[in-house]
Design a protein around this ligand. Sequence first.
Ligand SMILES: Nc1ncnc2c1ncn2[C@@H]1O[C@H](COP(=O)(O)OP(=O)(O)OP(=O)(O)O)[C@@H](O)[C@H]1O
Length: 255
Amino acid sequence: MSATTSVESPVRLDSVHKTYGSGDSAVEALAGVSADFRAGTFTAVMGPSGSGKSTLLHCAAGLDKPTSGRVTLVGTDLKGKNETELTLLRRAHVAFVFQSFNLMPALNVEQNVTLPSLLAGQEPDRAWVDQVIARVGLSQRVKHRPGELSGGQQQRVAIARALAGRTAVVFADEPTGALDTTTAVEVLNLMRELVRAGQTIVMVTHDPVVASFADEVLFLVDGRIVTQLTAPGAEAVAATLAQLGARAKQTRGQR
Ligand SMILES: Nc1ncnc2c1ncn2[C@@H]1O[C@H](COP(=O)(O)OP(=O)(O)OP(=O)(O)O)[C@@H](O)[C@H]1O
């Protein structure tokens, strides 16, 4: 089973602005972001705390509505779509690994991993599900419930759940934050394999080593993409972050 589509750019943002609140308390979380996430690409989104990374992910996934601008997800303009339409679109084409793992406490590992496919009305590919569970190191835990697992193991279930359905798009927010280095590298290599098979992954991370597994790294500052690197090493990512941090400090000092 594969839900991947032939859309060239499964995720597109055109001049997306997002302002939270109004008047004196208004916060411009995204200040005109345009980005084209092409099929079969792995993109990392980086930037200082509060720069708009999570907001970008939420707007791109239709979990939050832009104040202005356009988001196109697997060829569908999200403007004017109601919650039911958005839910059906996401079920068919999108998977998430977010910081709160959102696992179903009453279901075991295997049931959690296959749930998105079942909800989308698709028969899970059992051999592939077993393979993904094995790759994240949970073969000995398939009958365990989330409450019986460590934080890192729960994160691995969330990753397996996101990757098992082979959806066109995967959005990930710090997907390897709770993992040891060896497991994190295994998960990132698995993500790269899926990208090579045509999936599109957009991942928020603070870690230059994690970002170095991506094809592109976008850097956000104050809700704008200020620079991007193609296939960078971890050192280049860290150097760019340091430069941006110094620039942000200077700007704050001038205010
Ligand atoms: N629901 C909300 N209501 C009001 N302001 C919000 C809301 N969500 C985010 N913000 C503000 O929007 C800005 C961008 O937040 P966002 O969470 O996207 O940043 P981030 O880059 O993901 O940060 P972090 O790295 O700390 O997770 C911040 O100033 C934040 O305070």
